[in-house]
Design a protein around this ligand. Sequence first.
Ligand SMILES: [Zn+2]
Length: 381
Amino acid sequence: MQFKDIIGQQAIKKHLIDTVSHNRVSHAQLFLGPEGCGSLALAIAYAQYICCAYKLPNDSCGECASCKKYQKLIHPDLHFSFPFFAKDKDDVASNYISDWRQAVTQNPYLGLDSWRYSLNVDNKQFNINIAESHHIISRLSLKPFEAEYKIMIMWLPEYLVNSGNALLKIIEEPADKTLFLLVAQNQEQLLNTIISRTQIVKIPKLGYTDVVGFLTTHKNTTPEKAQQIAYLSNGNLHTAQEYIAHEENNYHETFVMWMRHCVQNRGIDIVNQVDELAKMGRENQKNFFRYGINLMREAVLCLSGTPILIHLPDKELDFISKFSKILTLAKAESIATEFEKAHYHIERNANPKILFLDVSLMLVKLLKFNTFPAGTQHILV
Ligand SMILES: [Zn+2]
């Protein structure tokens, strides 16, 4: 992976290259950025740059023996660790390295769910177990085979849970010429003992124009469609790709109908729709909640007097202008928070039927009116 293959993030790329040219490469770095911002891709490109034999001012050469192995993620001094479903207590991430190489080569912006999906273990609990921590220690105790540096890229150290402490010593005092690049999304879910031992590289979400550019150039999306998806995906390239992959799912119609049932507190309709939503599959349920979170974000902007950006697709714009009339700022924020929690629980294997029913009841409560504000009785009908 070269820096030129990564969308946007020019300031981060420059920073990373500067650490190499100024000889200030820290031995343990935490790449911290939201899903779909490209942090894993940046870590790989950085590692490739560090090991490249003929570095260019702005990128690795892409041609040397090291780069060629890095491009395929098969360099013997490049190590990966990532969450996986352990079949037994001795199972380690290396047992899934071929699947990992294939998944990351195909899409370095992958999310945890797409990784789960590619291993065909959709509902299993993923983590980085104690056997994996010990395996990392033993792998890194070897001398580099070919490169000056051996580099461990750990994706989602949030999933280390209690096994992370075994790694503290090696992160704090790694062997000479050993680098740790941790790629995380949620700082609050990381062990503090790990955060305090790393240098944090904060990676922002992608800009709107970066996502539009990617979709039109790499996904053959029309400019209009690219603008809509870029807007709804809110700088998350993983989500943007998911919207394209699941375009047949009409999140908008489903979402509007759900809101309509909840506003009008139609018990039977809510239960029937919850049944349908529960059958969607987890990937789709997460997309659906992301869609809802982004719409509520728009409602918050609308209610706080910030004009809605013109990129919002017509259908969504129409819905939000109407829906905002029966919301308050506090209610819109509460709904967004509940959707975020629901998204989190779906990711962690919550029972979808119970979850959707819970969220529906919360919506009924929040959207309940003794009398509708004047002129709004038929807004959602
Ligand atoms: Zn090279």
